[in-house]
Design a protein around this ligand. Sequence first.
Ligand SMILES: O=C(O)CCC(=O)C(=O)O
Ligand SMILES: [Fe+2]
Length: 346
Amino acid sequence: MIIPVIDFSVEKLKPGSESWICASKEVVYGLEEYGCVEIMYEKFPIELHNSIFDAAKQVLNLPEKAKKQRVSDRPGPKSYIVVNNNNNVADNDDDDDEDEANKDVPPFQNIAIDNPTTLQGAQSFTNIMWPQGNHNFCESVMCFSKRLEEIYEIVMRMVFEKNGVDQGDRFESFKNSSFHLLRMVKYKVREKGDSNVALIDHRDSTILSILHQNQINGLQIKTKNGHWIPVLKPNSTSSFIVLAGEGLMAWSNDRVRGCEHRVMLDDLMEMKNKERYSVALFTFINGVVDVPKEFVDDEHPLRYKPFDHFEFNRYYHHIDSPDHPQQPNKSLNPLIRRTIKTFCGI
Ligand SMILES: O=C(O)CCC(=O)C(=O)O
Ligand SMILES: [Fe+2]
């Protein structure tokens, strides 16, 4: 069983053309059946693949103190998250044990860049990390994110069209209220005795998450009948995985499947310099998400109240909750997320 792989070569994809209609059928089928499709972006240059992973390595290998700086005013989780060996979020505010943290490479760390498709967003993050400037980093982040934004807009346009939600400027206003962040993730090389589960199963809180990896596979998705299947082929430098998040699932009144996924890493990682890096564009709606009437009928009664997407993201991460990992009672595994159903399900 494999998820649909769809060719997004630019000449082929003229809205309304036969190949557009064909691709859009596959995209919508994949999102409804698996919550996931693979996009082959043939025109994606290998140089950009290389430069975005160079950028990810540069930033994720900065000293802990640099990565912990405040880079965003957006309400939500911190921009830099580390998960330590006990599967707990390390206390990001504690600078005293920085040397300790550097000795002991965390199994999973990620950093988020807000508004990475804009010069302002890419530059403001870059200037905080490198006050003396880092032109290559800024360029790579922006060029890469713009490509992913193109994929986001094509996929969402297809979903709108196929469901008849595209009248007037509804797609345009959805697109214009979309908020992107670029998430760069590093997984430590597995050592003997480490669990193979590098990231436990979850759904993202996004509309879509579009993911690109270096050549270390590991992403798996859960099918409707509960089987885990690996996605992404080895050595593909122009392949992107589009995952539907809880936001899209709710917006579509459950027509689109929110994709449950995890990362499993095995012994391959024992080879030197073979850390897994992944880079993903996470997209949210800046404002209230309301289920379009086209998704509601006798067979599909309304399942979600309107919700503020950033508010949901805070709830998803347990922020302000007494069991949030940064609260004194750290009883909860921080990687266990809360769901959109419990936030605003009817
Ligand atoms: O690294 C990956 O392939 C997946 C990362 C992921 O699922 C996440 O950051 O939410
Ligand atoms: Fe995820």
